[in-house]
Design a protein around this ligand. Structure first.
Ligand SMILES: [Zn+2]
Length: 381
């Protein structure tokens, strides 16, 4: 490895005697030089396209490093959840939820809000780098009680030291999209444009659930609105959904890695001249408020047959799917599923056998619902 690349391991507590898990962390560029970016994939350990993208990205970063083209710092965690990857049940990876307690792996990350609130109340104003030191001091005092909590703490410690944090996910079957804060729309659109992502879902900073990107973003947001940062911009975070689970393909992954490098070049982290010639955007990027997204529930038990593809435009009352009843007295009976809004179908969540109430689709819209269901979770990542 070149002089500016380091590879280290972070050991996690053993889940059982004789077993061990560890995170691998690659760092490019010199510490405290230029802007920094952190990337991870596979936090939901059953979502694999991002794992391949980061392998392609690592190869590209090694070549850029040899050419001396890395101006800032890049940290890559190529698999963020080795605990989840080990959750094989009858050879299927059940990596979205922790089998120890059923908790979504992308929830309940430790946050720095308590220490920040105390310092803001005390009138502390300091630079971004000083705030990063405060985050590190606070997180060093957190005592996790489970292997999963240790994993989340270690990922958070690393992320909080960077200017940009990107978390690579995917969904069941979807067009590529990303989640970011309303307050950082411009940066989110630039990221989406670099990656040829058509849909940006903008969420409030207080979306709840303490998801990985949200813990990072809400911390900086609190500092920003309290005017507690004296220099430098707040950090930027986004969750990127790289299409569907089955879209694991070298060509797509190479294109996505090139898109990430394009974004890094725009941010001045790598030399801009090195990314010339990558694919230009073919799909326009559109932003949507996440609060206006519609989760379409399944009306009946049966087999779902979708009538629309991810990325298709839909209008209110249009049939997007049909549920084929298997136990009806009427042979061939189907129940249509209608869109309840105008927008674009982003995710098809339930191929095959479905039950009443199960989420069938997510439709992004710019039309805010007349009545918002306060119990409906905003986050889908
Ligand atoms: Zn995910």
């Amino acid at each position: 490895m070149s002089r500016s690349i380091t590879r280290r391991k972070i050991s996690l507590p053993s889940l059982s005697p004789g077993s061990s898990h560890e995170l691998a962390v690659y760092s490019f560029g010199a510490a405290n030089e230029g802007k920094s970016i952190y990337l991870q994939a596979g936090l939901h350990a059953d979502e694999h396209p991002g794992l391949l993208v980061l392998q392609h990205l690592l190869i590209q970063l090694m070549q850029l490093d040899e050419l001396g083209k890395i101006n800032g710092q890049v940290t890559v965690v190529p698999y963020a959840n080795p605990l989840g990857m080990s959750q094989r049940v009858f050879d299927s990876v059940l990596g979205r939820f922790d089998l120890a307690n059923g908790e979504n792996f992308n929830r309940n990350f430790p946050n720095c809000s308590r220490v920040i609130s105390q310092k803001i109340k005390a009138g502390v104003k300091c630079s971004s780098s000083d705030w990063k030191r405060n985050f590190a001091t606070h997180l060093a005092s957190v005592k996790p009680t489970t292997p999963t909590a240790t994993l989340k703490l270690e990922l958070t410690k690393m992320a909080m030291q960077h200017d940009i944090v990107l978390d690579l996910h995917c969904d069941v079957d979807c067009v590529s999209h990303l989640y970011a804060s309303h307050a950082q729309q411009d940066q989110a659109v630039r990221l989406a444009t670099a990656l040829n992502i058509p849909v940006v879902l903008l969420e409030p900073d207080d979306a709840g659930g303490h998801a990985f990107d949200n813990v990072y973003g809400s911390t900086w947001r609190e500092l920003e609105i309290n005017h507690a940062i004296t220099s430098g911009a707040r950090g930027f975070s986004a969750t990127i959904e790289l299409r569907g689970k089955a879209n694991i393909d070298d060509r797509l992954a190479q294109t996505d890695a090139a898109g990430l490098l394009n974004f890094m070049a725009q941010e001045g982290i790598i030399d801009a001249a090195t990314t010339a010639g990558t694919d230009s955007q073919t799909t326009p990027t559109q932003t949507y408020p996440l609060v206006a997204a519609s989760h379409i529930p399944c009306p009946a038990a049966g087999i779902v047959v979708y009538k629309k593809n991810p990325g298709d435009s839909v209008i209110e009352s249009e049939v997007i799917a049909e549920v084929v009843h298997l136990d009806s007295d009427i042979i061939g009976e189907r129940t249509p599923v209608h869109s309840d809004t105008n927008g674009v179908l982003v995710i098809r969540q339930a191929p095959g056998l479905v039950r009443p109430g199960q989420r069938l689709a997510l439709i992004a819209s710019t039309t805010l619902p007349a009545i918002r269901d306060e119990n409906r979770p905003l986050l889908d990542a």
